[in-house]
Write a protein that binds this ligand. Structure first.
Ligand code: BGC
Length: 757
C-alpha cells in the first residue's frame, strides 16, 4: 500500500513535467523527493505548475463540493457523485468518514482523473466525532477555554483518524434569541466570550500544524449575522445597523481569522437586503480586504441556488455569477459552479482568473494537509483503531459534561444527594441514549454508547434496592399512562429526580420554536409529583434557554445539563451525588417568558430607563405584565459552595490612553465544598458619543478554590478594550468616566470607577 501511495502523486507530477515549463520541473524534483515541507516557495512553485496545466473544467471541479448519500441536511442535487468524482467534476466531498469509505472515494479521484488531484473530505464535526461532548452551547457554559480547546482537539483527532480533513466548525454566530434552534450550536450571546471560545475551537481543530495527521481545517460559520433572524425563525431575514453588525456579530468571525482559521462558510440569510452568499461587502471588502483572510470560502449547502428564491437572481446561472463575483470560492451541493461557470466565462461575466484564484486557495490547503504527497495519509486503519473513543477521550467528555452543567437553583442544599437515600428517578430523558448526545453528532453512536442518567445513578447508589425508575411521560405527547407509576415510586422515595427537556431534534437547524416551556405534558407530571411534598430535583436536557418560571418557583433544585454527550449519565451522577461540584455559568440569558425575547444582559439604558425598585413609573421602558429582568441572567450559575468577593481595586483613578489598567479582586471559598468559580469583569462607559451598553464583559477567569481558600485575581485592560464604533464608525476609545464591575454573574457585582483622559 505504501508504494502505491508514493507512486500516485509521482504520476501526477510526471504529467506536470511532460506538459509544462521549466518551473514545473523544479516542483517535480522537490515534491517527488520529499513530501510537503513547510517551505512556502516550494508550495507556490508546485501550485504555479499545477494550475498552469489544469483545464478550466478541472479548476471548476476544485470549486465543487458534493455530499455522499450517507447524510443530508437539505435537497440533494446530485446522486451521481461517484461518477462526478471520476470525471474530475467534484474535487471535494462531505458526509463521508471511515478509512474504508474515504479511501474508496479517494481512489476514484486519484486513479481516474487526469491530474490525480486528491479529494478534500469535509464533515460536520461540531461537538465530537465518535466521542460526543456536550453540545457547543453547553461547552460554552464551562467558560473553560482550555477544556473547550481540548474537546475540539479530541474531535479533530478522531475525525482525522477516520479520513476527514476539514470540519464545518466552529459555529460562531452570536445569538440573543432562544427561539432560534441553532443557539445550541454556538457559544451564546456575548461577543467577548464568543470570540474567545471561537479562537479556542480553531486552535483545537487546527492545532499548530495542518500537516500533522491529527489536525483538520476549521471553518468559521455562518458568515454573517445568521444568529439574528427576525422572530427567531431559521433562515429568516436579517436587518441590522452596520454598528450592530460590527459591534456584536462580526467580532467572533474576525477572532477566527486572527487565530488562523483556514475556511469560512457563508450564511443562508440575507443581511440588510443582500444574501450572505452573494454579499461582496461581507465576503470581499470585509473578509479579504479588511481582515486579510487568505483561506477559502464555501457556501452553506445550496445557498447559491437560494439566491433565486431570495429574489436577487433570476436563475441558477445568474446566482453563480453573483456568488463568485461576491467572493464565494466553493459551491457546497448546489452544483451551479459546475453547471454554469464555463458559460459565464464565455459570456464575459466571470474571468478564468477568478476561477484559478479560487481553485488555488483550495489546492493550497490540500497541499498544506499533505494530500499531494500522500492522498491516503488520513486513511490509516491502525490509527483508526487506536484513536477512537479512547479512555482519555471518554474521560475528557465526562469532565466537560460536568463543567458545562449549570446549577440554576438549590434551595435548602437539596443537592448534592447522599448515596444512601431512596431515589425515584423519573422522566422521558432519564434513560434515553438517543437524545442525550444532542443534534449534530457526526459519527457518534446514539443507540449503544451513550451513558444514561439511570446507568450513572446505578454506579452511585449504595443499595440498588433504593433506586426506582420509571419514565413517567414522553418528551412531547399527552400520554399519561405512566403518571401513576411515577407517583407510586415517588411516594416510596426520599427524593425525586426528574430528567426532562426537549428532544434533540427540537433544537439545531430548522428547529425554531415559539413556546419554550417544557414540551408535551412534562410540566403536568411535575405538578402531579409536586403534590406529594417530596423534595424534587429537576435535571434538564435542552438545546436553548427554556421558560422555567413555574419550575423555578416549585422545584427544590434545578440542574441544567444541556445535551451532555456520550458520558452524560456518569457526569450528571457525579454532580448529583457530590463527587463533582457544578461550576457552569449561563452564556445565554433565560427569559421569564417568550415575550421578553430577544433578551440579553448588555442592554442599553434608553432615554427612559425603568428602575425596578423605584416608585410607580408609567412612561418607562418596561412591560406592564412582566419584569424587565430575566429569570436567570447571563453569567449565572450556582455551586455547592459559596464565594465571597472582596478588595476590588484598581491601581489608579485616572489613566492615560497608553496606560494599562490593572485590576484586582480577592475571591474566597466561604462554603464547605471545593469548587470552581468564574470571576467575571464587566465595564460601562458612562458618557460617549454614541449610546453604549450598561455592562459589557471584558475579562473572566475560572479558579478552583478549596474551602476557606482565597485567591487574588488580576486583570489588565488597555484603552483597546474600551474602544467602540464612534459616530463616524471609527473604532476607538473616548476619554471620560468608566465603571468596572466584578462578580459571580452579570447582576451580582462590586463596582468601582476610573477616568480615561
Ligand atoms: C448547515 C451547516 C452545515 C451544512 C453541511 C447546512 O444545512 O447550515 O451548518 O455545515 O449543512 O452539513
Amino acid at each position: 500500500m505504501k508504494i502505491k501511495q508514493l507512486i500516485i502523486p509521482f504520476f501526477a507530477i510526471l504529467l506536470a513535467i511532460t506538459s509544462c515549463t521549466e518551473k514545473t520541473t523544479v516542483a517535480k524534483k522537490d515534491l517527488s523527493s520529499t513530501p510537503e515541507t513547510k517551505s512556502d516557495a516550494k508550495m507556490e512553485s508546485f501550485l504555479d505548475s499545477l494550475t498552469k496545466i489544469m483545464t478550466l473544467e478541472e479548476k471548476i471541479g476544485q470549486l465543487t463540493l458534493m455530499s455522499t448519500d450517507w447524510e443530508k441536511t437539505g435537497p440533494t442535487i446530485n446522486e451521481n457523485y461517484k461518477n462526478l468524482i471520476k470525471e474530475g467534476k467534484v474535487g471535494n466531498i462531505f458526509n463521508a468518514y471511515s478509512v474504508k469509505f474515504t479511501r474508496e472515494l479517494q481512489q476514484l479521484a486519484v486513479e481516474n482523473t487526469r491530474l490525480k488531484i486528491p479529494l478534500l473530505f469535509g464533515y460536520d464535526v461540531i461537538h465530537g466525532h465518535r466521542t460526543i461532548f456536550p453540545i457547543s452551547l453547553g461547552e460554552s457554559a464551562s467558560w473553560d477555554l482550555k477544556a473547550i480547546e481540548n474537546a475540539a482537539r479530541i474531535a479533530a483527532t478522531e475525525a482525522s483518524a477516520e479520513g476527514i480533513h476539514w470540519t464545518f466548525a466552529p459555529m460562531v454566530d452570536i445569538s440573543r434569541d432562544a427561539r432560534w434552534g441553532r443557539v445550541s450550536e454556538g457559544a451564546g450571546e456575548d461577543v467577548y466570550l464568543g470570540s474567545e471560545i471561537a479562537k479556542a475551537r480553531v486552535r483545537g481543530f487546527q492545532g499548530d500544524d495542518l500537516f500533522a495527521t491529527n489536525t483538520v481545517l476549521a471553518c468559521a460559520k455562518h458568515y454573517a449575522a445568521y444568529g439574528a433572524p427576525i422572530a427567531g425563525r431559521d433562515y429568516n431575514t436579517v436587518d441590522m445597523s452596520e454598528r450592530e453588525l460590527r459591534t456584536t456579530y462580526l467580532p467572533p468571525f474576525k477572532a477566527t481569522v486572527d487565530a488562523g482559521v483556514t475556511t469560512f462558510m457563508t450564511a443562508f440569510n440575507d443581511v440588510n437586503g443582500v444574501p450572505a452568499s452573494g454579499n461582496k461587502y461581507l465576503l470581499t471588502d470585509i473578509l479579504r480586504e479588511e481582515w486579510g483572510f487568505e483561506g477559502f470560502v464555501v457556501t452553506d449547502y445550496t445557498s447559491i441556488n437560494e439566491l433565486v428564491p431570495h429574489g436577487v437572481a433570476k436563475d441558477n446561472k445568474q446566482a453563480a455569477e453573483i456568488a463568485i463575483n461576491a467572493g464565494v470560492d466553493m459551491d457546497m451541493q448546489g452544483g451551479v459552479y459546475m453547471d454554469y461557470l464555463k458559460e459565464l466565462i464565455a459570456d464575459g461575466k466571470v474571468t478564468e482568473h477568478q476561477v484559478t484564484t479560487a481553485a488555488r486557495k483550495i489546492l493550497t490547503l490540500k497541499y498544506k494537509l499533505g494530500l499531494f504527497s500522500d492522498p491516503y495519509r488520513y486513511c490509516d486503519e491502525i490509527r483508526e483503531k487506536q484513536l477512537l473513543m479512547t479512555p482519555e477521550h471518554l474521560e475528557a467528555a465526562r469532565d466537560m459534561a460536568r463543567k458545562s452543567a449549570v446549577l440554576l437553583k438549590n434551595s435548602k442544599q437539596t443537592l448534592p444527594l447522599s448515596k444512601d437515600k431512596k431515589v425515584a428517578l423519573i422522566g422521558p430523558l432519564a434513560n434515553d441514549k438517543y437524545n442525550i448526545i444532542g443534534s449534530w453528532t457526526a459519527a457518534g453512536d446514539r443507540y449503544t454508547k451513550p451513558v444514561t442518567v439511570l446507568e450513572g445513578f446505578k454506579e452511585k447508589i449504595s443499595n440498588q434496592a433504593n433506586l426506582f425508575f420509571t419514565q413517567g411521560c414522553e418528551i412531547n405527547s399527552d400520554n399519561i399512562s405512566d403518571f401513576q407509576n411515577a407517583i407510586n415510586i415517588a411516594k416510596k422515595s426520599d427524593v425525586v429526580v426528574m430528567v426532562m427537556g426537549e428532544s434533540e431534534g427540537m433544537s439545531g437547524e430548522a428547529a425554531s420554536r415559539t413556546n419554550l416551556d417544557l414540551p408535551g405534558n412534562q410540566k403536568e407530571l411535575l405538578k402531579a409529583i409536586k403534590k406529594l411534598g417530596k423534595p424534587i430535583v429537576l435535571v434538564l436536557m435542552n438545546g436553548r434557554p427554556l421558560t422555567l418560571e413555574w419550575e423555578d418557583a416549585n422545584m427544590d433544585a434545578i440542574l441544567e445539563t444541556w445535551y451532555p454527550g456520550t458520558m452524560g449519565g456518569y457526569a450528571i451522577a457525579d454532580l448529583i451525588f457530590g463527587d463533582a461540584n457544578p461550576s457552569g455559568k449561563l452564556t445565554m440569558t433565560f427569559p421569564r417568558n417568550v415575550g421578553q425575547i430577544p433578551i440579553y444582559y448588555n442592554v442599553k439604558n434608553t432615554g427612559r430607563p425603568y428602575e425596578a425598585n423605584g416608585p410607580e413609573q408609567r412612561y418607562r421602558s418596561r412591560y406592564l405584565d412582566v419584569a424587565n429582568s430575566p429569570l436567570y441572567p447571563f453569567g449565572y450559575g450556582l455551586s455547592y459552595t459559596t464565594f465571597k468577593y472582596t478588595n476590588f481595586a484598581i491601581d489608579k483613578k485616572t489613566y492615560e490612553f497608553k496606560e494599562k489598567i490593572n485590576i484586582s479582586v480577592t475571591v474566597t471559598n466561604t462554603g464547605s465544598f471545593k469548587g470552581e468559580e468564574v470571576v467575571q469583569l464587566y465595564m460601562r462607559d458612562l458618557v460617549a458619543s454614541v449610546t453604549l451598553p450598561l455592562k459589557e464583559l471584558k475579562r473572566f477567569e475560572k479558579v478552583m478554590l478549596e474551602p476557606n481558600e482565597s485567591k487574588k485575581i488580576t486583570f489588565t485592560l488597555t484603552s483597546d478594550d474600551l474602544a467602540f464604533y464612534t459616530q463616524d464608525m471609527s473604532f476607538k476609545a473616548e476619554a471620560g468616566e468608566f465603571k468596572l464591575f466584578v462578580g459571580t454573574n452579570s447582576e451580582a457585582l462590586l463596582e468601582t470607577n476610573f477616568t480615561l483622559k
